[in-house]
Design a protein around this ligand. Structure first.
Ligand code: GDP
Ligand code: MG
Length: 263
């Protein structure tokens, strides 16, 4: 059997990862694709509905706080490292489910996921050759030029740390007005539009910094688009699927295993 395609959903706390993983999993199921959904967030407050594998069965933030008398931050750090110790059990559970796709909801605190060595071990253990990191842009940040640039930086940091292909998503696109959405889309599609937006304000130190960051990102290569999605309105899910497919298979589609009959 071909190894599954794995999609990690990453983004700042509250960006919409958990909601989007669930909406995307529902979309995939209704389109006839077979996906395993994994919660890797030990501090998730979400109920277990929709998760086929849940790290909280092994590591739960509230238990760690209680057991070792840790504050929330200490417990997060301890949990990140403990997940790495359990990751081969998680991998075995994934293999037993034999799905075509694996969707991973990552810890709420992105700095833990991005910067702890344990996360690299986790991603290495779970990723085969067909893996992609979906990075969610929170619209509250993405709608300003400086915020957009800082999210591009964060996305580049994940790419740099994990050396995996990235798909950038604008999450919760339903909260933006059509004008805002058009503007953010233009920044994602044309670097010139972003440059223009970044530099249109008076050259305060933070505008200068955004400009320099923009140049650094531009030098690293094509920005790639930021795909608008909305879990609330079920927007952009098929486009997300196609973007992942392009990464996994160079555009080649997998046969749906449980495709609804069309005759
Ligand atoms: N309007 C809107 N709200 C959303 C959407 N996705 C998530 N949210 C809300 O954003 C908040 C954070 O979502 P959550 O999925 O928990 O974010 P996470 O911390 O990244 O996992 C919740 O209040 C969600 O209801 C969306 O597509 N549209
Ligand atoms: Mg979450």
């Amino acid at each position: 059997m071909e190894e599954p395609g794995t999609v990690y959903f990453t983004g700042t706390a509250g960006a919409g990862k958990t909601t989007l993983v669930r909406a995307f999993a529902d979309w995939m199921k209704s389109a006839g694709y077979d996906a395993t959904v994994i919660n890797l967030d030990p501090g998730s407050e979400a109920d277990g509905t929709g998760f086929d594998i849940d790290i909280r069965e092994w590591v739960r933030l509230s238990d760690l706080q209680e057991e070792y008398n840790l504050g929330p931050n200490g417990a997060q750090v301890a949990a990140a490292d403990m997940i790495a110790l359990k990751i081969f059990e998680v991998r075995q559970a994934i293999q037993e489910l034999k799905s075509d796709y694996v969707l991973v909801d990552t810890p709420g605190q992105i700095e833990l996921f991005a910067f702890r060595e344990a996360s690299k071990a986790i991603v290495d253990a779970l990723s085969g050759d067909r893996s992609v990191i979906a990075f969610l842009f929170d619209p509250a940040l993405a709608r300003t030029p400086g915020g957009f640039v800082s999210l591009l930086m964060l996305s580049s940091t994940l790419e740099f740390r994990f050396r995996l292909p990235m798909v950038n998503l604008l999450a919760k696109s339903d909260v933006l007005t059509p004008e805002q959405l058009a503007e953010v889309t233009s920044w994602s599609d044309e670097p010139g539009a972003l440059y223009e937006a970044v530099t249109r304000d008076a050259p305060t130190p933070d505008v200068q910094l955004s400009t320099e960051l923009f140049r650094a990102i531009e030098t690293m290569g094509p920005l790639g688009g930021v795909l608008p999605t909305s879990a609330k309105e079920n927007l952009g899910l098929e486009a997300l699927y196609q973007a992942c497919q392009r990464v996994f298979a160079g555009g080649e589609d997998l046969e749906p295993s449980h495709a609804p009959s069309t005759d």
